[in-house]
Design a protein around this ligand. Sequence first.
Ligand code: BDP
Length: 697
Amino acid sequence: QKDYKLWLQYNKIQNAVVASEYKTNLGGIVALGSSETSKISLAELETGILDMLGSKPETRSAIKGDNNVIVGSQPALNSDLQKVLASDFDKINNEGFIIKSISSKNKKQIVITGKNDVGVLYGVYRFLRLIQNHKSISNLNIVDAPKINLRVLNHWDNLDRTVERGYAGFSLWNWQKLPDFIDQRYIDYARANASIGINGTVLTNVNANALILTPQYLEKVKALANVFRPYGIKVYLTARFSAPIEIGGLKTADPKDTAVANWWKEKAKEIYNRIPDFGGFLVKANSEGQPGPQNYGRDHIDGANMLADAVAPFGGIIMWRAFVYSEHDANDRAKQAYAEFQPYDGKFKDNVIVQVKNGAIDFQPREPFHPLFGAMPETPLMMEFQITQEYLGFSTHLVYLPKLFQEVLEADTYQKGKGSTVAKVIDGSLSPQKLTGIAGVSNIGNDLNWTGHPFAQANWYGFGRLAWDPYLDSETIADEWLRSTFSNDEDFIKPIKTMMITSREAVVNYMTPLGLHHIMDTGHHYGPGPWVSDLSRPEWNPTYYHKADKNGIGFDRSKTGTNATAQYAQELEQLFDNAQTCPEIDLLWFHHLSWDYKLKNGQTLWNGLALKYQEGVNQVLEMQNTWNNSEKYVDKERFKEVQMLLKIQYKEAKWWRDACLLYFQQYSGKELPAGVEPPIQTLEYFKSLKFPFAPGN
Ligand code: BDP
């Protein structure tokens, strides 16, 4: 099946001119090094070239003749090569690589190297991608290295193999059969991740189960770590804060209790005995009912630092999440993480990194960047994106997320003046940090195509690419992905790339335009539910977020409201505070405005909102047309799949539009403007729809 191969299709190159350049340059392979990782590099290069060119280059044991690809790490290169590449090596870190055409003794060669074997492996994947994308390899000079240290997937996978917010089947980890049975999928998973530079995986759900820390499960984790290691991937686990009680037999999990601290120290030792390169723990504490230090009157610093001490002797780290909000603070959920964490700046141990979601609420189709970015200069902050589409149509809707990720990374925090982008916060260039990191909540499951929607593979791919280089353009990433996954035909690439890029704004338009947020139906977060108002916690209700009434709509977070704007740098505070200067994409995030409020284009807010919903629907229709025109470039199976999914997306975009507009219309009391299609069903009908078995709940 084609989609199983992800972006590593290695399609046979049909264009003879293109192929001949490659054949000329790829006379032989000289592979230096004998580690597991080196073997993977060589095997990948051989299959990649064989599949794409139809013949395998000669394997040469020494550099003989010309047109060789020399693959090996810096220490494995001969002294001549080391000298020639010395200044390039100075430019890269441990995971970087160099791909360079060189002439030595009048002989042309291509060298793929790095400081260690994993760097070389990354170089091999980059090199193969050049060929996949039909780029010239005649005169190469690529020196590249990741800008962020920790590039990790967060699997919200439970031990029973269900996946929280997972829409691509069950968990890949077959705990029942581990450690003795190694599913080929584990290897294919590691390979796919290595090909985009992902170097860590948190195997378990942030809503953690302490059992994973018992010896029986640690044996299984060790087996996975052994599979992933040669691909440069470290394993991490989530630590349930109450584990000392649940599996340790202690009476408390108080971080200031010596027995508790010792229990974690022993646990760390036990883990590192099995997995010497274990990455560390990811912790969700005192958040949505998870236990944490506050259960014992302690704070996040006490909790994080106690765990940090346990893993520090082994080089481990703690990723401590800042996703906290309390039901007892009715004021504004968007302010709570900042209010609680900002004062902790500079107080965590060196091996703690604080993991912050991209926005202050929760992975919405659009949120302004989280105000903590740039506001904790003395603390390493790690970005948390959600690759799985909890609030963006699951694996049914085509939404190209790198566009969203890029918007956040490019956002200017102004914390050190203009140009203080979020990307610079997380790569440690704004305020130097030893630890830097980025996490993506995985969208991977055991579906044959890994991610449910064939185009959701692009979100996994794009996350990896941006984790490597947060300054990349999402359009360039889409281009690479399409060429590697489908076809190099320009007549295919151009429209489909546009379709991908548009898809992000389309979902915002048909779900939550103009800054609306969290109006998804309860629990599953799939369809619209702006009417929901009866949940036990106020901030779980959509009505809490849109605040529609006859006077208008939107959440006043300006200084006349909750003053959440004050959590941003002054430049932004001023900008956001005033509805006239607030970017319209975030208007109702920051302001409650009357239905007659005039938008920049002269439309009333009601008309503008309605037209945005319609625009979203139109955009999906356009996406459908674009895809239908691409039939001749795509294999039957994937073509059909995407076609069916887009059809559902179109139907559901209309559902969103109709349900939301009918609901808001009760308050605005106004007619739909010209250009907005009349709803097909009644509000009562939309309210009656229930989804008790929606996946991932
Ligand atoms: C929310 C999800 C919930 C997660 C939580 C988290 O609805 O399933 O457990 O975030 O990130 O988006 O901890």
